[in-house]
Ligand binder design. Structure first.
Ligand code: G3P
Ligand code: MG
Length: 241
């Protein structure tokens, strides 16, 4: 049995504040196969790692990420909302993550805004050996990136709308994977992806029964907040065979 690929969703975000260096280190320690991280641009055009376009939920700041400089963003506390133990945590720059983890495991750079695409491609030139996948819900952004880079590993994210259209876009882009939301997965989608030779990796799956059932349906991997749990379960499934 091939083990599923385990993406740590925003790092090991069940045990450390999401999208922080601590969450990414915890994911490495958990044996995750890759780190998923979300990218916005600061107002001075620097790619920063944070999920929301606003600061309130995961930092001590307020307002829009896009209205602050990278220097201002770095001064915010990005950990206390999760636990006082992480009060020293800051919003990482994408550059920090590429430098620290780029040689260790695969990185899934989820682009949350259109204008981040070309900036991230430029930054990636400084990390030619990093094992990366660029993903987005925004098909227009992915199509533009493909038009300027024929070799870039691209994954198409899907949550709402017509999954057949999203799979078609993934085929046209020669995407390396299709990433649907858990509540959207169905047998017809999986059959269409199999026909297109598109591996399907589902988000977000923290429940083992759900993960095992999806493996039975032909899914190749997961995004999980708890990579230690899924890695341990699938390793034990293999060793008990
Ligand atoms: O890339 C999978 C997943 O991260 C997409 O949704 O909202 O968690 O970024 P979200
Ligand atoms: Mg994401």
């Amino acid at each position: 049995m091939t083990q599923p690929f385990i993406w740590a969703h925003r790092g090991a975000s069940s045990c450390a504040p999401e999208n922080t260096l601590s969450a990414f280190s915890a994911a490495v320690a958990a044996g995750a196969d890759g780190l998923e991280l979300d990218i916005h641009l600061s107002c001075d055009g620097i790619p920063v790692v944070i999920h929301d376009e606003t600061l309130e939920r995961t930092t001590g700041g307020c307002g829009f990420v896009a209205e602050m400089t990278a220097q201002q963003l770095r001064q915010l506390d990005a950990g206390s909302w999760f636990s006082a133990d992480f009060a020293d945590e800051s919003i990482p720059l994408l550059d920090d993550v590429l430098r620290t983890f780029g040689g260790q495991l695969r990185l899934n750079l989820e682009l949350k805004e259109l204008r981040a695409g070309m900036v991230v491609l430029k930054l990636l030139k400084q990390y030619p050996s990093a094992d990366i996948v660029v993903s987005s819900f925004n098909c227009e952004l992915l199509q533009h990136l493909r038009s300027v880079n024929a070799d870039l590993p691209i994954a198409v994210l899907f949550e709402l709308g017509n999954w057949r259209h999203a799979v078609k876009v993934a085929r046209e882009l020669s995407a390396c994977a299709f990433h649907p939301a858990l509540n959207q997965v169905n047998d017809a989608m999986l059959a269409a992806c199999t026909e297109a030779a598109l591996p399907v990796l589902v988000w977000t799956v923290d429940d083992l029964c759900t993960a095992r059932s999806l493996i039975g349906m032909g899914v190749s991997g997961f995004f999980t907040n708890d990579p230690a749990k899924l890695k341990a379960a699938f390793q034990s499934d293999v060793s008990s065979m």
